[in-house]
Design a protein around this ligand. Sequence first.
Ligand SMILES: [Zn+2]
Length: 325
Amino acid sequence: VSCRICGGKIQARHEVPEAMFGTGEVFPYEECGTCGSLQIETIPDDLDALYPPGYYTHARGPARPGPPPGWRGRLERRWLRHQAGLFDPLGWLLSLRWRHPPRFVRWLKLARTSTRAHVLDIGCGAGTILEWMARLGFRRLEGIDPHLRHERDDGTIRLRRLRLEQVLEGPFDLIMLHHVLEHVPDPIATLRQARAMLAPGGRLLVRMPVMGTEAWRRYGVHWIQLDAPRHLHVMTTAGLAAAARQARLAVDATAFDGTSFGFWASEQARGGESLTSCPEPQVSDERLAAWEAEAERLNARGEGDSAAYRLVPASGRETAGRKPT
Ligand SMILES: [Zn+2]
């Protein structure tokens, strides 16, 4: 038996309980001795059956971070644009006064893109993330999701019920996989497909849980980001680097983005409570704020339980001698 990500030898086996719906099932996972990633032992035959209609990404998310209407909203949008690394002199000025932007601008900044970019969001759910980007001025936004309930196209955002291999348009300047790669049966193949759809100078933005960090050490099989059996591979940073290499990509930048969710939901899971029965933290505001602060400290140390990665096509010797797919 070997690691499906790096080919390394399996060194440990873990029994991971289902924690979202509280089905009471337990799934065997294998831990790689080389890259440290975790993989489900047997990939379920019917993956679609794992996502019931109420699965959270398909509900329309809260419309945050919605700037208020009027001039205040317009200024806020300019400020967010600068915080996201987009060209905006007025936003820069505002940033001298306004602090603490919402989290999503951090990964947008990591993507190092522009509002002219042709963007594809793979596994877009209800399209919430594309809506945030549209508010900042992006105009060529496409989302695909095989489980999408309502297709729509308003000229700025187009959402379609498609699998990646069915997308014929392109190329794209930015392809995003927000908490998607851990759900696909062959993440290396998915990265290869995405790479083939990149425009010159294009990049991928991958966000996913990070195996082997503090949350795993603290909560083990109850760490909420394992999400058995839906997460088929939970990669370490080394695991993602290995997967990227095999897809002729290189990890160009990393930003850890764990939140208090990793704490309160894992605590809850360890206590036998499912996420569906208890979707909100049942702790004091002080406790939650302390976890939020701890998550930020861990992120700063590279120990957060999730991360955003910027991936670019590998160049030079690294790709030499490999057959393009
Ligand atoms: Zn491995």
